[in-house]
Design a protein around this ligand. Structure first.
Ligand SMILES: CC(C)(COP(=O)(O)OP(=O)(O)OC[C@H]1O[C@@H](n2cnc3c(N)ncnc32)[C@H](O)[C@@H]1OP(=O)(O)O)[C@@H](O)C(=O)NCCC(=O)NCCS
Length: 147
């Protein structure tokens, strides 16, 4: 599988990541529809300066921008998020991406963690298969950790 991980280190790659991210907004728990332009600008600045505890990658698959993934430091946890463009889902690529994000978190001594919409069956199934367990839940989301 020809997946390449590009660290999001330039404005150009950050913009490509934003376009990939927009293809999966409805699955993200931090509801991006309510993020102001100013908050988005701050978020991008943080992504581009890894000292803010955010590590981000844009993934290409056969040279096409296909996914992004993030590890965000939150206390002793590394909060993981990823979005794969719709046409490539269900082919094992998401698992490869999450395996990489888990390694990034662990190599920074962070416990891999995430939150996911309960309605997002593919993602919930993937995380349970990878060994995440549910640590908390709200009406709409699960908090999960890999310990
Ligand atoms: C979640 C996501 C990253 C998973 O990536 P993916 O490449 O589609 O998943 P994989 O092909 O690696 O599948 C891994 C496992 O997930 C489950 N899965 C994947 N697609 C599924 C589907 N449509 N229905 C049910 N389970 C599914 C299966 O258990 C699968 O394991 P299997 O291959 O042994 O059956 C991807 O679907 C995606 O980007 N979705 C939209 C954005 C999103 O939900 N991001 C996560 C926010 S928390």
């Amino acid at each position: 599988m020809n997946i390449v991980a590009l660290p999001v280190s330039t404005t150009e790659i950050a913009e490509r990541m934003r376009l990939v991210r927009n293809t999966g907004r409805e699955f993200l728990t931090g509801n991006s529809n309510f993020i102001t332009a100013e908050e988005q600008a701050t978020w991008f600045k943080d992504v581009l300066h890894s000292n803010h505890g955010i590590t981000a990658y844009l993934f290409t698959f056969n040279d096409v921008d296909s996914a992004y993934g993030i590890v965000r430091t939150h206390g002793d946890k590394g909060l993981l998020t990823a979005v794969l463009i719709p046409g490539l889902r269900g082919r094992g690529i998401g698992r490869v991406i999450f395996e990489l994000l888990i390694q990034v978190a662990k190599s920074n001594n962070l416990t891999p963690a995430l939150d996911v919409l309960k309605s997002n069956t593919p993602a919930v199934k993937l995380y349970l298969k990878m060994g995440f367990r549910i640590t908390a839940e709200s009406d709409t989301t699960y908090d999960m950790e890999l310990t």
